[in-house]
Design a protein around this ligand. Structure first.
Ligand code: CMX
Ligand code: CO
Length: 147
């Protein structure tokens, strides 16, 4: 793939904390943001709420993903044992996750999953290991219909 075809925009930045209702209350009531979507993703072990500064998403608007772990063995629960609540990962939107994954692997990037898994709103997701992200956990996401 050409470099210009790899990434579209920053899809979301993810916050992990112990109490999502408290976090979303702060974003909506104090900061005046809007809740756009919420769901539980059992496979990832997360209760997630997407918030944005506007009530309607425009094409390349970045959202904040508020995450509360749903079970003690969730990766985010383990992360919360070692870290204070705060920024956990950044997600980059892609148009074709299979093509992007193949190109990244060719370039030596370590992706966590062999095949994409299901993320927010039926999106397809994978992650670049923090060791392949200069110390940052990076999700790549191909939006689904409910994204
Ligand atoms: N950001 C940056 N570095 C991180 C990190 C994070 N969020 N989480 C772990 N690390 C680093 C640790 O600091 C550690 O580094 P050192 O080896 O230098 O000490 C290393 O990664 C290993 O950390 P660990 O605590 O042993 O954690 P694991 O290896 O068990 O898990 C990871 C790390 C990335 C494999 C795991 O978090 C994972 O599978 N993440 C992808 C899935 C996920 O995050 N799902 C929740 C979000 C779902 C969504 O966005 O929809
Ligand atoms: Co995410």
């Amino acid at each position: 793939m050409e470099n210009s075809d790899l990434f579209v925009c920053i899809d979301h930045v993810a916050y992990v904390g112990p109490d999502n209702e408290d976090a979303v209350k702060y974003y909506t009531e104090v900061l005046g943001w809007h809740e756009l979507h919420r769901e539980v993703n059992e496979e990832q072990g997360v209760f997630e709420i997407m918030v944005a500064p506007a009530a309607e998403l425009t094409e390349h608007m970045t959202q904040v993903q508020l995450i509360q772990p749903t079970r003690p063995d969730a990766t985010t629960a383990k992360w919360l044992e070692k870290n204070r609540p705060g920024l956990h990962h950044m997600a980059w939107r892609v148009a074709d996750i299979d093509a992007v994954s193949a190109t990244l692997r060719e370039r030596g990037v370590r992706l966590l999953y062999d095949e994409p898994r299901i993320g927010t709103g039926g999106s397809k997701i994978n992650f670049m290991h923090p060791k392949s992200g200069k110390g940052v956990l990076i999700e790549i996401v191909q939006p689904g219909t409910g994204h």
